[in-house]
Design a protein around this ligand. Sequence first.
Ligand code: ADP
Ligand code: MG
Length: 401
Amino acid sequence: MSDEHAANPSPKTTAGKARADALQAVLHASGPAHIVRAPGRVNLIGEYTDFNLGFVLPAAIDREIWLAFEAWERPGVELTSVELNETRSFDFDSLAPKARSDTTWIDYVAGTAWAMLEAGLPLRGFRGVLDSTIPLGSGLSSSAALEMASSLALADPRTARPPAARMAAIAQRAENAYVGVNCGIMDQFASAAGRANNALLIDCRSNEATLTPLPTELSIVVCDTSAPRRLGIDYNKRREECELGVSVIAQREPGVKSLRDVDAAMLARNIDRMPEEVGRRCQHVVDENERVMETVVALRDGDLAALGRLFAASHNSLRDLLEVSCPELDLMVEIADTVPGVIASRMTGGGFGGCTVSLVTHGTEEALRETVMRGYTARTGLSPKVYAVAAVDGAGELLRP
Ligand code: ADP
Ligand code: MG
């Protein structure tokens, strides 16, 4: 698994220096450039809970965007994406939220600039080049990494940088209001505030994060189903169903503003007054919040059996109650569970395609990869991808000229 490991070496290593040099060569900088980095993320557990102001447990991973740039006087940005082989630009004085239909990748950057200005943060113009080891659009949050890397490049160095939670909220605002994707705060928060060898327990109501050390005997493996993703309409529908559930409960239960304010007993008292489908969506969210807290305890205690149970319960709930899984995700989990040394597996992210996450004992990564490559491919005809990932630090500066 050596090709997948060390996907983002530090520039102090030979491989990292080669990546930094390659990026700077594309930039054609007149002198040494800045390089900033921002990681993707994988959510261990806590799905569809962030926008319900509940708990999530992501880790920033060693799949990262690197952005090399030189500041210039011009109030604007010119940026090249190596992956897309495309250069785009925008000016700070013409930033305005777009209609959803005509957004492109540069709008994640322009949106970040717009949201920073809106938050009163001064900008710096730059000319830059970015490359990435995060697969685009497969659920590992390349978009949040692009926003967080951009926010570092865009920030006027004469102004103190707000804390990670605040920068994450600004990037979320960019994605919600400028790009038009109605995501919660998890992706940006994980990319901004991750820590090596830790997951982050994020309370999406208070926006506080608590580090959760990962057991040293476990590795994280992400399996990309490569199934076509159909996230948009259904994701927004689930949000509306959760809101409807809250409004029904709030008629009888004073002070309830989100599903975070609802526990199992309260939901049971009210579930008959809502459409059956809405009741199931709410049940998932209420249970999932509890599972996140139980997972934190299981990680702390190294209780591998509990981790397996909790991941399975989360997956089944996402499949049956929330109905956001798909046959490919179900099959991927089923196959992973047959591999000795796989402790826990579930779909991760928004579902309807995308990735699964597995916790495995060290040394199991290769067996899992082989089993998936053989079994999953034979049964679907799709070309899955398997990434062993490590939890890394959140976004930051790599090189300063
Ligand atoms: P995810 O965040 O799960 O990867 P999204 O659909 O939210 O999926 O975000 C993917 C989008 O982010 C891409 O379509 C593109 O617009 C932008 N993006 C991500 N990485 C890059 C990159 N390396 N170069 C240019 N755009 C990128
Ligand atoms: Mg995204």
